[in-house]
Design a protein around this ligand. Structure first.
Ligand code: LLP
Length: 436
């Protein structure tokens, strides 16, 4: 695996970790969205999340184009939990995507970004009455119902007819981390097809006053490369769903991305074709097909910039490079053991001379961002960049150790603009209630 050059992500081949169009300048600096990342770090400080929105646009077009080429009635939903940023909702809306929201907060952001309510789908295994009321008041297109209790409460709270999808678990275990598998029978999500729960859900929606069954939904899990899994799941789903003649089938998201330049995920086109082939085989007539990608839209569009604070060599053991962020801005290595790569943003053209372990600044030994990565003569003050942090990084950020959350910077055609400012120390105390 090359650690010294930037290889750009490509929605066609599916390979590589950096945003499309990234490069290394003649001075050895990494360039993303036409902006020199060292200059971006200087202007906005570190840590910082940097996105190339053109990368998101290109992947959105890859999804829409692949579906359009099949000439089928379809919709692509941005699974907004991957990057719940108003500016990214806006990019997705502008590209003609619909949106999946999994909470009142995500619904709030989708509406703030101007999403037409009819294009909003609401998920969640435990939607509160307040969230359901909010969804009804906004007039959202569809609620994905997840339990019998919810069918009852949604019916009771609805003040008009509401389209719903029933979330199903097909009983197919996706080959991915157990924390992000959702298609098994033993899941907190949805209704198992085996054992009659799904039949009960269809009957409950049928009995309801206000809910109208538009179709079904299933999402197997996330960061999946093995396309066969989707085919098996669609076959199981179809056996249950087709007799109900659904108007809509939402077959979820889950396409994996490249986290390191050695990773070779399937391309968006391959993934879409495979799902559409399976659906076309299994349904006649073919319902409206919904895909719900999160990571594969935004994951490779984002990188994170850090400043190296210390370089500590433990002779014969390892060299720790400590940066000014860590598990508060990227929890994925600690939660899932996810692998990342890293570069010194000002020396991307130089050989990776030192094998290092990139550690964060949090008070935990497990706060390790990247293990065994070769870096070019890392020194305090250098800017370190980790690619493929656009999905579930900002989304899962915290204030652990009182670290203000980083800003989000868009780099587009050579212009860098903050779309979310850095949190301040004042933000950390802003919600305190003075009970004195
Ligand atoms: N639809 C539903 C109902 C989902 O629950 C998810 C993700 C998606 C779509 C989008 O899946 P994607 O295309 O992004 O794989 N925090 C974890 C990932 C959690 C995924 C949650 N659900 C991680 O960082 O890997």
């Amino acid at each position: 695996m090359s650690r010294t050059s930037v290889t750009t992500g490509d929605p066609v081949t599916g390979s590589s970790a950096y945003p499309l169009g990234s490069s290394v300048g003649p001075d050895g600096h990494v360039i993303v969205g036409g902006c020199d990342l060292v200059a971006v770090a200087r202007e906005f400080g570190t840590p910082a999340y940097v996105y190339a929105p053109a990368d998101i646009r290109s992947r959105a077009r890859a999804y829409l184009g692949a579906l359009r080429a099949r000439g089928i009635d379809s919709e692509v939903l941005f699974a907004s939990k991957a990057a719940p940023l108003t500016a990214i909702y806006r990019v997705c809306r502008e590209e003609g995507l619909s949106v999946d929201v999994a909470s009142g907060g995500e619904l709030h952001m989708a509406l703030a970004a101007g999403f037409e309510p009819a294009r909003i789908y609401m998920h969640g295994n435990n939607k509160s009455a307040a969230e359901l009321r909010m969804a009804f008041a906004a007039g959202i297109g569809c609620i994905v119902v997840d339990s019998l209790d919810e069918i009852e409460s949604a019916d009771w709270l609805a003040d008009r007819e509401q389209d719903v999808l029933i979330r199903l678990t097909p009983g197919v275990a996706a080959p991915t981390h157990a924390f992000v598998r959702t298609g098994e029978i033993d899941s907190k999500f949805g209704f198992a097809i085996d054992g009659g729960q799904a039949d009960e859900a269809v009957a409950a929606v049928g009995r309801s006053r206000n809910l109208r069954l538009a179709g079904f939904h299933a999402h197997l899990g996330s960061q999946i490369y093995e396309l066969d899994t989707y085919v098996r799941a669609i076959e199981v789903l179809a056996a249950f769903c087709a007799p109900h003649e659904p108007r809509v089938m939402n077959v979820g998201g889950g396409l994996g991305i490249a986290y390191t330049s050695g990773d070779r995920p399937p391309s968006i086109a391959e993934y879409v074709d495979l799902k559409v082939d399976a659906l076309t085989r299994c349904f006649d007539p073919l319902p409206r097909i919904l895909l719900e990608p999160g990571r594969s839209l935004v994951g490779n569009a984002g990188v994170t910039l850090y400043t190296i604070g210390t370089v500590k060599e433990i002779p014969g053991v390892r060299t720790y490079v400590a940066v000014d962020g860590g598990m508060s801005d990227n929890l994925r290595p600690m939660l899932y053991g996810s692998e990342y790569e890293a570069l010194i943003a000002s020396r991307a053209d130089r050989p990776a001379s030192v094998t290092t372990t990139v550690a964060g600044k949090h008070c935990e030994s497990g706060d390790i961002l990247v293990r065994d990565v070769g870096l070019a003569e890392p020194r305090p003050g250098d800017i370190l960049v980790t690619p493929a942090t656009g999905a579930y990084g900002y989304a899962m950020a915290s204030n652990y150790n009182g670290i203000p959350r980083p800003p989000v910077v868009f780099c587009d055609r050579g212009r860098a603009t903050a779309v979310v400012r850095r949190e301040t120390y004042a933000d950390l105390t802003a919600r305190d209630v003075d009970d004195g």
